[in-house]
Write a protein that binds this ligand. Structure first.
Ligand SMILES: Nc1ncnc2c1ncn2[C@@H]1O[C@H](COP(=O)(O)OP(=O)(O)O)[C@@H](O)[C@H]1O
Ligand SMILES: [Mg+2]
Length: 258
């Protein structure tokens, strides 16, 4: 039976999709069998970030009762399995989001970890994504509106029996204006499991449709996400997974001593 983890937030645009995609790939790199499912059916963009758009059968078809979920599972980067939501507006009209829980139940034996990229807010489809998973990773940006909206998501999740596994603070800057980790833990009454810096490579990799942890494994945000993958899975990172630890001097010495 897979662990089911929903990546959710109160406010939109905080980095859920970036984190779901790269955490899923990161966990796959660490040897875990992972499915990432795009539960943000109305604003699907997981497939864009992964460079996997335009696939013939998607979650839209499954939730419309037209296809079996097995036919909507695709192999993505680093062997991660992906269930794209589909980006057609026409297809969206036929979707019944209430079927999501059944869809998840049908694939629980196909992976060790199932990651849901949830919609923002507390509309019906967001509630369904929170209820469908056992664990919540709550994404916030270090600013007040994102954190206060996060409180609502956390409370609703807990009422639905979904436990907060950890808070992820994304887009952390050094500008001195960010709400601190300590403050966020106090307000949200939970533990911060990862702190991901603001990193221009995130947007660059998204624009290319090649995920960050594949394209820029040594970038600061990649390293933070790989650290999160290690914590979630309990697998220790090898030096190479942690990005390029080796400085120029050590690299010189290694080559020199050959
Ligand atoms: N750590 C980061 N550094 C820089 N840009 C980021 C970071 N995380 C996310 N972004 C950018 O923020 C925007 C929203 O991210 P996205 O994952 O789509 O949010 P959500 O799924 O929560 O709506 C995207 O343009 C993405 O490239
Ligand atoms: Mg998203």
């Amino acid at each position: 039976m897979a662990r089911t983890i929903t990546i959710a937030s109160g406010k939109g645009g905080v980095g859920k999709t970036v984190i779901a995609a790269n955490l899923g790939i990161g966990l796959s790199k660490l040897g875990k069998k992972v499915i990432i499912l795009d539960a943000d059916i109305a604003m699907a963009n997981l497939e864009l970030i992964l460079g996997m758009e335009g696939l013939p059968v998607t979650l839209q078809n499954v939730l419309a009762g037209e296809s079996e979920v097995e036919d909507a599972i695709y192999k993505g980067p680093a062997g991660v399995m992906v269930i794209p939501a589909g980006i057609s507006l026409e297809g969206l009209r036929k979707v019944n989001p209430d079927l999501l829980e059944d869809v998840l139940s049908a694939i629980l034996d196909k992976a060790e970890i199932l990651i849901l990229d949830a919609p923002a807010g507390l509309e019906k489809s967001a509630i369904i994504s929170l209820a469908a998973a056992r664990e919540l990773l709550l994404v916030v940006n270090p600013e007040i509106s994102s954190i206060t909206d996060g409180i609502k998501t956390k409370l609703v999740a807990e009422r639905l029996g979904t436990k907060l596994t950890g808070i992820i603070i994304n887009r952390v800057t050094k500008l001195g204006v960010d709400t601190t980790k300590k403050e966020i833990e106090a307000i949200l009454e939970g533990k911060v499991i990862a702190t991901i810096p603001e990193d221009p490579n995130v947007r660059k990799s998204a624009a290319m449709g090649t995920p960050l942890v594949i394209k820029y494994p040594n970038s600061p945000a990649s390293k933070a996400i790989m650290g999160l993958a290690a914590k979630i899975s309990g697998v220790k990172l090898k030096e190479k997974d942690e990005g390029e630890k080796e400085g120029a001097l050590r690299r010189f010495l290694r080559i020199f001593r050959r």
